[in-house]
Design a binder for this molecule. Structure first.
Ligand code: SF4
Length: 971
C-alpha cells in the first residue's frame, strides 16, 4: 500500500457519510495556500486540477503543472500542456479490439525481448462495451432482435473469442458483452460512479482517498458523461492505450466557454431540439478545442438525461466537452438509476467538500467567453441533410429539402428540377412479386401478424450467412425524391433519455389509435442503448404501439447511428440507382455525413425520436408537418402532428415508471452472464496471444516488428509524392471507412483470396483487428473525392513513379503501369508502388481534415500506406493528435493558402525543410514544391506537433513505441 502524493500539503479529511473519515486532495486548501483564485475557475478545470494535484509526482506531473493550471487565466495564449491522469477508460468494440490487438502485439514484442509479457498491463480500470457490431439485417418483425444477434455472433465470433482472451489476460480489462447496451448509455446508467476511492496509508493508518471519476474513451461521444458532471472526452485509441499504460493524456490548456442557460424547454419541444440548437449555436461560436460549460438557472432546471443529450453532441459542436457541473439533480439521477446510498452520499459530500457542488450562477466563475441561451426560445428542429450543425426549423424542412434538391451539384445540391419532385417510380418487393396475393407486408393496424404467423411466412434461414428474402417486408410502393426509406430510433444521444423515448412511444400509440400506419417500404428500427428502455416501454405498453408501426426492437447497440443500418432490399436499391433518387433517412442519431447512414441514401435528417416516428408515418421529408396532415384516419379525416404530439404532462406521468432504481440494479447485476451466445464462445488462455495466421479478423500488426530500443532522429523529408489531394471536411470515415467492404476493392479482393465469401465480409469497423484489411481500406470510401482525378469519387489516385519490371506488384506479379501523365489505380496499389520505389508520401487536404468520429485507424492506415506528412488547411483535434501518435507529421497551410491557390495536381514532388532534432512545437517549416520544368516554390507551413511530449512521440515513431521503450527501460 503506497502513501499519497502531497507536495502542497493539500490532503484533507472529510466525511463521506459511511462513518469512516475519508481523505481528498483539497482544492480550497490549494487556494488558501495562495496558488490562485481556484474557486473562480470553471468547474471542469477544477476537476482536471484535482487530478494534476493528486498525481503530482515530480516526473510525469510536476509542481509547475499544478501552479500553472491553478493560475489559469480566462484569456491567455494557450501554450502550456496539461498532463491529465484519468481514473478510468472506456472502449467500444470497433476501437477496443484494435487497441487490445496493439496491447497483445506489445506483449509479443516484450516476449521476443525475453522479458515478462506482464510488463504490459493496464494501470487503470478499462471497460469495453461491445455495441458497434450489431447490424439491422432484420427489421419490422418481432424476432428482429434475436435474428440480428445471431447474425452478429456469426460474423464476429473470432473477435469475440479474442476479447474473451483479453478478459483473462489482463487484470483490469472488463467486457460488457453484446446485447446489453451502448457504451455511453451503459456508462451513464451503470459504469460511472461520480466519485471513486482507493485505499492508501496515511500516517501509518489505512484510509480511503476519494477523487473525481474522470475518464477518456475511444469514442467521440464519451462526452455524454459530462451531463453527470464527469470530466471525460473522446481520444484516439492510441492515446487511450498510452493512458492505460500510465501515460497522462496531454492536452493544451483550453479556453472555457460558459453557456448561460435560462428559461425552460417549452411544450412540444424536446431535449433533442435543444441539442441541435446548441450544436448550431456553438459551431458558429467556434468552440473547437475548447471546454464548454453550461451554467445558470436553465441548466439547473434540466434533468441529467437532458443534460446528457446536450453533452453527447459536443463533438458535433466541436468542443472537447459540453460539461454540466454537479448538483442535486446529479445526485437524484444516481439514486434513480440504482446507485447505492453510500455512493450517493459520498458523491455529494465529496463535491461539497471541494466547493464544487451546485450549479454556478452568473458572476461566480470566470469564463473565457460567455454565451446566452434561453431554453424557452428553442423550437422543434431537425438537422441535415448532411451536417449535424445545419439545423432546420421543422416548418422549413420542406422548402430546405427542395432548395437542396434543385441546387446545382457544383454547389453541393442534387441538380434536379422542381418537376422532378413529382415524378415517382413504382417499386415492389421480390417477395411480393412472387406472392402478390398476400396482403401481409403493409403495416396497417390490426393486420400485424402473430409471431407464429411470422415464423410460417418468414422461415428462419438455415444458416445466418445470407440474408433471406424474408428479411425484408413486402411492399408495393411509389418512391420519389424525398421518400423516407430508413426511419430509426437510434443512438445513445436520445435513447438514454426516457423523456424523448416515451414521447416516441406515446406518439406511436396515438397514431395507431387514429388508424395511421407506416408503409412497409420504410425500414423502421428501434435500437436502444440499454435494456432499461425496453423495460419501461413494455411496462407502459408503448412498445406494442411502436411494433404496430414497425419499430420493433432490432438490437441493443449503435446500429443505424454508426451506419449499421443493414441492407435495403434489392428492388429499392435498384430503383434508387436507376432513377438517381434522392431518398432520405430520418434518425435520432448525431451524425449524418454522406454515406454514413446508408450508402444509397443521399439525404439524412437528425431529429428527436417522436419526429422519427412522425416522418416514418408521413413517408417523406418534403412535408411541413406543422400544417400539412401526416396522414388520414380510418374515416378519411386528416390527422396532424399536433393531434399526436404528447404533452409534457403525459410524458411526466409515465416517467415515474421509467426511472425505477430496482430495474437498473436488476439489469446491471451480473450482466456478463446474461447472454448465452457470449457464454458459449470458447476463449483461449495465457498472457501472450497465440496469433492465428489464417485469421482474417485478428493479425499481429507490424508496429513492433524489428523494434529497436533506440529511437531514430528527426530529419527533413525529401522527394515525397502526393498520394491524394482532397478538399474540405474529409472525415475519418472517408479516410478509414467503418462500413461495408466492396467486393472489387483491395480489401474485398484480399478477403476473397482468403476464401471469405462476400456475405461474410462484415464491415471495415469489425475488421480493425487485421491491419492487412485496414491498410487496404484506407482512403477506400466510395465517396472520397481525390482532386488529382478531378474530384471523381472512390479510393483511386494517379501514380507517377516509374518502376523497373523487376519491381512487380507483390500481390499478383503484375508490374505497375507507368506513364508521365499519371496512371489511375487504387490508392492502396499506388502506395505499394511508391513503397517499392522507396518514395515517401504526403497527403494534401483542405479545412477540418479528419473531422467526424475519433478513429485511430485513419492515422494507422495512413502510416502503413507510407505517408509521412499530411498538409491541410486545418485539422480536427483528435485526428491531429492521432497522426502524431502514429509518428506522422501534421502540417498546416497559412490562412489563404490551399491546394487550389498553389495549383497542386499531384504531378509535383514535395520536400519538408527545417525539420531536425531541435524541432519545437508549432514551429514554422517550409514545404518545397517542385514541378517538372519549373523553379521550386517554397510555401510556409506550421508544424502541428503542438506540445513538447508530442515531439518525443514523433521522434519515437509514435506513442506506443515511446511507451514501450520506457516500460522496457524501467524493467
Ligand atoms: S450510438 Fe452513436 S453516438 Fe452512441 S456510441 Fe454508438 S455510434 Fe457513438
Amino acid at each position: 500500500m503506497s502513501q499519497p502524493l502531497d507536495p502542497f500539503n493539500a490532503l484533507h479529511s472529510f466525511d463521506p457519510g459511511n462513518g469512516q473519515p475519508g481523505h481528498f486532495h483539497s482544492l480550497p486548501a490549494l487556494e488558501a495556500a495562495g496558488l490562485g483564485r481556484i474557486s473562480r475557475l470553471p468547474v471542469s478545470l477544477r476537476i482536471v486540477l484535482e487530478s494534476v494535484l493528486r498525481n503530482c509526482d515530480g516526473k510525469k506531473v510536476t509542481e509547475h503543472n499544478v501552479r500553472e493550471l491553478a493560475q489559469w487565466q480566462p484569456q491567455a495564449a494557450r501554450t502550456a500542456e496539461i498532463p491529465f491522469v484519468v481514473a478510468r477508460i472506456v472502449l467500444q468494440d470497433f476501437t477496443g479490439v484494435p487497441l487490445l490487438v496493439d496491447l497483445a502485439a506489445m506483449r509479443a514484442a516484450v516476449a521476443r525481448m525475453g522479458k515478462n509479457p506482464k510488463l504490459i498491463e493496464p494501470l487503470v480500470p478499462v471497460d469495453l462495451v461491445v455495441d458497434h457490431s450489431v447490424q439491422v439485417d432484420f427489421a419490422g418483425r418481432p424476432d428482429a432482435l434475436q435474428r440480428n444477434l445471431e447474425m452478429e455472433f456469426h460474423r464476429n465470433r473470432e473477435r469475440y473469442q479474442f476479447l474473451k482472451w483479453g478478459m483473462q489476460a489482463f487484470d483490469t480489462f472488463k467486457v460488457v458483452p453484446p446485447g446489453i447496451g451502448i457504451i455511453h448509455q451503459v456508462n451513464l446508467e451503470c459504469l460511472a460512479q461520480g466519485v471513486l476511492s482507493r485505499e492508501l496509508e496515511i500516517s501509518n493508518l489505512k484510509s480511503q482517498i476519494f477523487y473525481p471519476d474522470t475518464l477518456v474513451g475511444t469514442d467521440s461521444h464519451t462526452t455524454m458523461i459530462n451531463g453527470l458532471g464527469i470530466v471525460g472526452w473522446g481520444v484516439g485509441g492510441i492515446e487511450a492505450e498510452a493512458g492505460m499504460l500510465g501515460q497522462p493524456v496531454y492536452f493544451l490548456t483550453p479556453d472555457v466557454v460558459g453557456v448561460h442557460l435560462t428559461g425552460a424547454i417549452r411544450e412540444g419541444v424536446t431535449a433533442t431540439d435543444v441539442a441541435l440548437t446548441v450544436t448550431q449555436m456553438l459551431r458558429k461560436a467556434k468552440v473547437v478545442g475548447k471546454f464548454v460549460e453550461f451554467f445558470g438557472p436553465g441548466a439547473a432546471a434540466l434533468p441529467v438525461v437532458d443534460r446528457a443529450t446536450i453533452a453527447n453532441m459536443a463533438p458535433e459542436y466541436g468542443a472537447t466537452m459540453g460539461f454540466f457541473p454537479i448538483d442535486a439533480e446529479s445526485v437524484a439521477f444516481l439514486r434513480a438509476t440504482g446507485r447505492s446510498d453510500e455512493l450517493c452520499c459520498a458523491y455529494e459530500n465529496y463535491y461539497r467538500a471541494q466547493g464544487l457542488f451546485g450549479m454556478p450562477q452568473r458572476g461566480q466563475i470566470d469564463y473565457s467567453a460567455e454565451l446566452e441561451l434561453d431554453l424557452g426560445s428553442v423550437v422543434p428542429s431537425v438537422a441535415g441533410p448532411r451536417r449535424p450543425q445545419d439545423r432546420i426549423e421543422l416548418p422549413k424542412l420542406k422548402q430546405e429539402f427542395l432548395k437542396a434538391l434543385t441546387r446545382p451539384v457544383a454547389e453541393g445540391g442534387f441538380g434536379k428540377t422542381e418537376d422532378d419532385l413529382y415524378e415517382s417510380v413504382r417499386v415492389r418487393s421480390e417477395f411480393h412479386a412472387k406472392e402478390v396475393d398476400h396482403s401481409y407486408g403493409h403495416r396497417h393496424p390490426n393486420v400485424e401478424p402473430s409471431e407464429s404467423e411470422m415464423r410460417d411466412q418468414h422461415p428462419a434461414p438455415d444458416t445466418p450467412q445470407m440474408l433471406p428474402l424474408s428479411a425484408f417486408p413486402r411492399f408495393d410502393a411509389h418512391l420519389r425524391h424525398g421518400s423516407v426509406l430508413i426511419a430509426s430510433i437510434t443512438s445513445c444521444t436520445n435513447t438514454s433519455n426516457p423523456t424523448v423515448m416515451l414521447a416516441a412511444g406515446l406518439l406511436a400509440k396515438k397514431a395507431v389509435e387514429r388508424g395511421l400506419h407506416v408503409d412497409s417500404v420504410v425500414k423502421c428500427s428501434l435500437a436502444p442503448g440499454s435494456r432499461v428502455v425496453s423495460d419501461y416501454l413494455e411496462v407502459t405498453g408503448l412498445q406494442a404501439s411502436l411494433n404496430q408501426l414497425g419499430f420493433h426492437l432490432v438490437g441493443y447497440g449503435c446500429a443505424t447511428c454508426i451506419g449499421n443500418s443493414g441492407p435495403l432490399s434489392a428492388p429499392i436499391e435498384q430503383a434508387i440507382t436507376e432513377n438517381d433518387l434522392v431518398a432520405a433517412s430520418v434518425l435520432s442519431g448525431n451524425r449524418n455525413f454522406e454515406a454514413r447512414v446508408h450508402p444509397s441514401l443521399k439525404v439524412n435528417f437528425l431529429m428527436s425520436p417522436p419526429l422519427v416516428v412522425a416522418f416514418a408515418i408521413a413517408g417523406r421529408v418534403d412535408i411541413d408537418l406543422t400544417c400539412e396532415p401526416i396522414g388520414k384516419d380510418q374515416s378519411g379525416r386528416p390527422v396532424y402532428l399536433r393531434d399526436l404530439w404528447p404533452s409534457l404532462g403525459e410524458i411526466r406521468e409515465l416517467l415515474q415508471s421509467a426511472l425505477r432504481p430496482e430495474v437498473y440494479r436488476k439489469l446491471y447485476t451480473d450482466f456478463t452472464r446474461q447472454n448465452p451466445m457470449w457464454n458459449d464462445i470458447p476463449a483461449s488462455t495465457g498472457l501472450a496471444y497465440a496469433w492465428d495466421a489464417q485469421s482474417t479478423y485478428i493479425q499481429e500488426p507490424p508496429f513492433f516488428t524489428d523494434f529497436a530500443l533506440q529511437p531514430g532522429t528527426i530529419a527533413e523529408l525529401r522527394g515525397a509524392r502526393a498520394l491524394g489531394i482532397f478538399g474540405d471536411s474529409v472525415t475519418t470515415d472517408h479516410i478509414s471507412p467503418a462500413g461495408s467492404i466492396k467486393k472489387s476493392s483491395p480489401a474485398g479482393q484480399y478477403l476473397l483470396a482468403r476464401g471469405v465469401a462476400k456475405d461474410d465480409f462484415n464491415s471495415y469497423g469489425s475488421r480493425r483487428g487485421n491491419d492487412r484489411v485496414m491498410t487496404r481500406g484506407t482512403f477506400a470510401n466510395v465517396r472520397i473525392k481525390n482532386l488529382m482525378l478531378g474530384g471523381e469519387e472512390g479510393g483511386n489516385t494517379l501514380f507517377y513513379q516509374k518502376l523497373e519490371p523487376a519491381q512487380a506488384k507483390p500481390s499478383g506479379g503484375e508490374c505497375w503501369p507507368w506513364s508521365d501523365v499519371g496512371q489511375k489505380m487504387s490508392i492502396y496499389d499506388a502506395a505499394l508502388g511508391y513503397q517499392q520505389a522507396g518514395v515517401p508520401l504526403v497527403v494534401i487536404a483542405g479545412q477540418e481534415y479528419g473531422t467526424g468520429s475519433s478513429r485511430d485507424w485513419a492515422a494507422k492506415g495512413t502510416s502503413l500506406l507510407g505517408v509521412k506528412a499530411v498538409v491541410a488547411q486545418s485539422f480536427e483535434r483528435i485526428h491531429r493528435s492521432n497522426l502524431v501518435g502514429m509518428g506522422l507529421l501534421p502540417l498546416q497551410f497559412r490562412d489563404g493558402t490551399t491546394a487550389q491557390t498553389l495549383n497542386l495536381d499531384g504531378t509535383e514532388t514535395y520536400d519538408v525543410l527545417g525539420l531536425g532534432p531541435d524541432l519545437r512545437p508549432q514551429q514554422d517549416l517550409t514545404l518545397r514544391i517542385t514541378r517538372k520544368g519549373s523553379e521550386a516554390e517554397d510555401v510556409p507551413v506550421r508544424c502541428r506537433i503542438d506540445t513538447a511530449i508530442e515531439i518525443d512521440y514523433y521522434q519515437h515513431g509514435g506513442i506506443l513505441p515511446f511507451v514501450l521503450r520506457q516500460l522496457v527501460a524501467m524493467a
